[in-house]
Design a protein. Sequence first.
Length: 377
Amino acid sequence: MSDKTPIISIRNVTKRFKGAPSAAVDDVSLDIMPGEFFVLLGPSGCGKTTLLRMIAGFEIPTSGQILIDGQDMADVPPNKRPVNMVFQSYAVFPHMTVAQNVGYGLKIAGIGADEIRSRVAEALELVKLDGLDARMPDQLSGGQRQRVALARSLVMRPKVLLLDEPLSALDAKLRAQMQFELADLQDKVGITFITVTHDQDEALSMAGRIAVMNKGDVAQLAAPADLYEYPANRFVADFVGSVNIFEGKLTLDEPDKAAVDCPGLGKVWLNHGVTGAHGSNVWVALRPEKIYLHVPGEGKAVRAAAEDAPEGHNFARGQIKGMSYLGDITLYEIQLDCGAMIRVSRPNLSRHDQEDFTWDDRVSMHWRADSPVVLLS
């Protein structure tokens, strides 16, 4: 993508609403490439929907510039922009058939009847609604109505499709199915998708890149795996997925190893440098699935499994204080000997894995030296 010109350039964009104590979007700059599935992710009130609405033209930036396909959008109204928007509420017309809903924009644009029929059929086939063109919206499921909204936008052949929390009204199972279908659809049509969501799983499953927003700013912009494995700060680490975070002091920092003294966890070893000031306050982020759980008495095996640590071993003991069986995994809340709590997730690889541990069991834990991430802010 690096050799392409961005389809959207957002340059130092700020949006302040009258009477608000702070900016909804605060000096944001980023580029979105042609054919990219780009996600704006963040909690409520972080500015992601406001940024999407400024791209669409429904909100005007207080300052900064938005370019779409190289053209400054400052004086371009929403209906003249090369974008189309799919709203959270579907907004399908209840008195029109599926085909009439999908072709409505083409009819308003003065497109001929034959071309409308052809383009509507093509759009319905893309969203897997071919054969349902004569149905009314009240004869459709929630997922089908969302597909109608998608087809109505795609039929206009926009350069960019904007989606505002498009799956939030669906139940969990249908939402998971639609995540795959939406990613597959974007790959087929090849146009740029920009989606707003607060659902981390949804963002990770669909996006090519994700901008995590916090308090009007972009906290980190990266591919899904990089966001999860290498968060830039505590906010991203905590917001994207489940994580244990411990405060500590950096006591060793060399090119091939580092150590952090954490009062709640002991000395944590890493097999890489951190590039931080000796003795500085840092935070160690450790994902629950990267911690191995053992019954007491397996210390020798644990130490053998942790030989990748440059010195010492990443090892802790505690007592199970909570368990949540979720089918594919079991989550454990474990109180360390120092009193701090740590969360561990363990895959249920057989039908009897959940019986290995129970409440109040004493357990040992270890993790590899490449598992923790040290955060400087």
